[in-house]
Design a protein around this ligand. Structure first.
Ligand SMILES: *Cc1c(COP(=O)(O)O)cnc(C)c1O
Length: 447
């Protein structure tokens, strides 16, 4: 099992110019500074404040189309369900729904987000290792497309609930193909060492058991081997081949297996990773599952929305230590948790044209939260960034806003969607009233 980040840097950091060149939604305007599509980030910061998440609608659309196009190109009958946890903003979900994407959800909250964004229940798949009775009851009541079962115990529970509601629920069995996706230990999910899915050898008997349970209609298998997979498609190919063999074996027992949910996990390039293309992923699906007449599903999250968003922040103070220069910004680990949680690398670009052209020197970019892990970059080549300067933290569109907290009593940041020269706030910055709402001091505490 991978115990070190697969992306432990061995090469020099890409320069600001290289980062910019690789991100077509961004450009440096000689007078307006860094723009996302045609909107200057400085203008957005003045209008909505900072920190703020800013997403490019064109990029979201382009990436959604690239994935669906790759599946069509491989002649696969496949439906894409966007993993809501990567970016649950309702405007983002609605935009992706308009591109024909459904939703892969992991909680009642996400079911409600998907429905509120206008995604029909028939385009919703429910994944997750700890679905509660209440959540499953709602999934049955809404008659969603499919529940991906993670265990025998969950199958029994869902069966009883469906029977009590007089309904039948379509279910897939999530199997654990025991392949190592060679990603970060905190985001690998397909080895037999972790909590997800049922172990491969147990799958045939369990699938047969599910087929015999009242209230359940087995519709196939599901798999999800990990996230931020950047080491080619080898792990996918191995997983889909094993899954294909299982489909054949189950059908040989007379069991219906019309669908396979191929999961998500395709990685993106935060630094200099070279993840596989959607076409290569489609090829892996085709080679393992293409000739079985299956209805296929894919559950990508990060690949679609990660590169489409940035976190815009302003420098609070630049502090020169004896050995290090600290650029303290107004975004923190409560906003973007990934660097603190996964040691992840995010590109950082200055927004002003003057700073962008200035000489570079090493700096640590940190937030104001009282934790040393509140660090976005260490020894990063950046220009002089005095108080008031803006920076864009790149590739923050996935697992950014969705993992935010209010730690240090910092309100959730605003979210903005840009299209061409237009922009709209798609979630208002949390107010301090909302931050305090719900807190109660019982009389007996004050006594
Ligand atoms: C998180 C998750 C996904 C999406 O993963 P990405 O790496 O964002 O593509 C898909 N399916 C399941 C079951 C997940 O838990």
């Amino acid at each position: 099992m991978a115990s070190t980040p697969a992306s432990a840097p061995t090469t020099p950091d890409p320069s600001p110019a290289e980062l910019l060149a690789a991100r077509p939604m961004l450009r440096m305007d000689p007078s307006a500074g860094l723009c996302i599509e045609d909107v200057p980030l400085a203008r957005l910061a003045d209008a909505v404040g900072s920190p703020a998440w800013v997403y490019s609608a064109s990029t979201l659309r382009r990436r959604a189309r690239a994935l669906t196009g790759a599946l069509e190109g491989a002649a696969l009958r496949a439906k894409v369900h966007f993993a809501v946890k990567a970016n649950p903003n309702l405007a983002v979900l609605a935009l992706l729904a308009a591109e024909g994407l459904g939703a892969d959800i992991v909680s009642e909250g996400e079911l409600r987000q998907a429905r509120a964004a206008g995604i029909p229940a028939s385009h919703i798949v429910f994944s997750g290792v700890g679905k509660t009775e209440r959540e499953l009851r709602l999934a049955i009541a809404e008659d969603i497309s499919q529940v991906n079962l993670e265990s025998a115990e969950e199958a029994e529970m869902l069966s009883a609930l469906a029977v009590s509601l007089g309904r039948t629920m379509r279910v897939a069995l999530r199997v654990n193909p025991d392949v190592d996706a060679k990603t970060h230990a905190k985001i690998t999910t397909g080895t037999s060492e972790n909590k997800f899915g049922v172990d491969f050898p147990l799958a045939p008997a369990l699938y047969a058991r599910i087929a015999a349970l009242p209230g359940l209609e087995p519709v196939g298998l599901a798999v999800h081997i990990g996230s931020q997979i950047t080491q080619g498609v080898g792990a996918y190919t191995a997983a889909y081949r094993r899954l294909g063999e299982l489909v054949v074996a189950l059908r040989g027992q007379g069991l219906p297996v019309p669908r396979v949910d191929c999961g998500g996990g395709l990685g993106i390039s935060y630094r200099d990773e070279a993840p596989a293309s959607p076409e290569a992923l489609a090829g892996a699906i085709q080679s393992g599952l293409g000739n079985l007449g299956l209805e296929l599903m894919l559950e990508p999250g990060r690949w679609i929305c990660g590169p489409a968003g940035i976190l815009l922040a302003r420098v609070v103070i630049q502090k020169q230590g004896t050995a290090r220069r600290f650029v303290v910004i107004d975004a923190a680990m409560n906003d973007l948790l990934r660097p603190a949680m996964y040691d992840s690398w995010h590109g950082i670009l200055p927004v002003s044209p003057h700073s962008f052209a200035a000489p570079l020197a090493p700096a640590d970019v940190v937030g104001p939260v009282c934790e040393s892990s509140d660090t976005f970059a260490q020894g990063r080549a950046l220009p002089d960034l005095p108080a008031g300067e803006l920076v864009a933290i790149l590739d923050a569109g996935a697992y950014g806003a969705s993992m935010s907290s209010t730690y240090n009593a910092r309100p959730l940041a605003a979210e903005v969607l840009v299209q061409g020269g237009e922009w709209s706030v798609i979630r208002a910055r949390q107010g301090y009233e909302a931050l305090l709402a719900g807190s109660r001091i019982p009389d007996w505490v004050r006594a």
